[in-house]
Ligand binder design. Structure first.
Ligand SMILES: [Fe+2]
Length: 306
């Protein structure tokens, strides 16, 4: 019998260490740990009493900054084809999915920019062009998460000045999001996909991902800046204190009229997360879209190559 056996079995029973970690602590091979403690997954399953579905990989599509009606239509069309093929378990609208120009603070003294615009039409067109399209191309039982960004927050800002319209112009109420099964994440709050925190985003400085990871001390993915960036922070005393902030590109028009052709750093794209609910372990993939096209898992999405 291996002289490691007692120590291996004790660590397997009393800690949540993986086989690799136990091998390191004890000073033996992973094969020896497997022999006496079994596989890490079997051990964790038995300890947590989780049902088998917790061990099924969950697929999430992250949709950042759609800004309807200023959506980049070619990108959105390609992403919709991808969503159909990918069959996700969850869709997350990461905030700013609807622009709401007609109640924008920035347009308050510019009637020309608001000419002909109607809030209810904005809601109805967004519903028809985005939500209903996604409901039609996905299973009816998938999770749908609707995060409020700074553009949706325009409704609350408007109500602060016009309180008599409270509820009447509410987006959740008008689109019947709760009744349709959407999970609502209020502005500046977070959603979780395994160990990954999903937020709309706070910072707009040059090194926004560094600032985000410094302030969150966790794994975060965010939208808001329309520009992909990533920063990792590793603790010198604890290898597991390993956190990453990732900013996603956007699905809106990256050359909007109001920029008047000024250069910007906006990029089209979106995110994919695959995670294991039992452990929270995840992989995040940032997909950039160039002129409406991208590739994923050997398939080309976008403009016709013929
Ligand atoms: Fe945005």
């Amino acid at each position: 019998m291996s002289h490691f056996k007692t120590e291996i079995m004790k660590l397997a029973e009393t800690t949540a260490l993986t086989n690799k970690d136990i091998a390191k602590v004890v000073g033996c091979s992973e094969k020896t740990v497997l022999k006496y403690a079994g596989s890490y997954i079997t051990r964790t399953k038995a300890k947590t009493n989780l049902d088998d579905s917790a061990w099924e990989i969950q697929k999430t599509v992250l949709l950042p900054d759609i800004h309807h009606p200023h959506t980049d239509e070619r990108s959105m069309e390609a992403v919709n084809r991808f969503i159909f093929d990918y069959e996700p378990d969850e869709l997350v609208y990461m905030g700013d999915q609807i622009s709401l120009d007609c109640i924008s603070f920035w347009n308050r003294n510019k009637p020309l920019l608001k000419e002909g615009q109607r809030l209810m039409r904005d809601y109805d067109d967004f519903n028809k062009d985005i939500l209903e399209v996604h409901e039609n191309i996905t299973r009816s039982d998938i999770r749908r998460t609707f995060m409020m960004g700074n553009h949706e927050e325009r409704i609350n800002t408007y109500v602060e000045k016009n309180p008599e319209l409270e509820d009447f112009i509410d987006i959740t109420r008008h689109l019947q999001l709760i009744e349709r099964g959407y999970k609502i994440i209020p502005y500046n709050e977070y959603h979780r996909v395994g160990k990954l925190y999903v937020i709309h985003g706070f910072y707009y400085n040059m090194y926004h991902s560094k600032k985000t990871v410094d302030n969150f001390e966790g794994n975060v993915v965010y939208a808001h800046v329309h520009n992909p960036q990533m920063y990792t922070k590793i603790s010198p005393v604890d290898r597991k204190g390993y956190h990453m902030a990732t900013s996603l590109p956007c699905l809106c028009n990256i050359k909007p009229d109001y920029h008047k052709n000024a250069p910007n750093h906006w990029v089209n794209g979106f995110g994919i997360v695959e995670h294991l609910p039992a452990t929270g372990f995840f992989n995040l993939y940032v997909i950039t879209i160039v002129e409406g096209s991208f590739m994923y898992n050997g398939t080309y999405y976008g403009k016709n190559l013929d």
